[in-house]
Design a protein around this ligand. Structure first.
Ligand SMILES: [Ca+2]
Length: 184
């Protein structure tokens, strides 16, 4: 192969390469850019860690003097929050994420295997409250993976743990709550 042949191959290669670039680079880039809603994950914003400045949480008397804030402070070993022992029915633990999130799983950390009665996850965007999955026993393990919302595909700004029956236990420290979620 002579030098001119190699030169011609090189020219053809460079022209082909620039055509391919002009045809495919921009659409490829656009496709990546348009994929804004990903997969629910604990690693997404507000899933875990110290979320006291991003999630507004409240409860209607479920907890003792430690209050609810430490359950979203990022520590799975802190000993500042516990339920008071009372009827679970009517208790509400509310999380305001500021914008709709699709939650598909919750992990609850506490210091013993005590149970707190039967609860359900409900959610809303300022209107009708919706059940997100079936009811479940809260507690029963030091690390409880709550899969009740596993088939949820709807984004809600407000999620509420709602007590249905049974009693809460003042035995364990409630260490932390984490959410497998993605912004809608
Ligand atoms: Ca904590």
């Amino acid at each position: 192969m002579g030098a001119s042949m190699i030169f011609r191959f090189l020219i053809v290669f460079l022209i082909s390469f620039s055509i391919a670039e002009s045809q495919y680079s921009f659409p490829h880039y656009s496709a990546k850019k348009s994929t804004t809603s990903g997969t629910p994950s604990y690693d997404n914003p507000m899933g875990m860690g110290d979320r006291q400045s991003s999630i507004a949480e409240s409860d209607n008397g479920a907890f003792g003097t430690g209050g609810i804030a430490p359950i979203i402070n990022g520590s799975r070993t802190d000993e500042t929050t516990w339920f008071t022992s009372q009827t679970a029915s009517g208790l509400e633990i509310t999380f305001d994420f500021g914008a709709p999130q699709i939650i598909t799983e919750i992990t609850w950390y506490q210091s013993s295997t005590a149970e707190h009665g039967t609860w359900i996850i409900q959610a809303h965007n300022g209107g009708t409250w919706n059940d997100v999955g079936s009811s479940f026993t809260l507690g029963g393990a030091t690390t409880q993976v709550i899969t009740a919302p596993s088939s949820n595909t709807t984004g809600y700004r407000y999620y509420i743990l709602v007590g249905l029956s049974g009693t809460t236990s003042d035995g364990p420290y409630i260490h932390e709550i984490e959410f497998k979620l993605v912004a809608e």
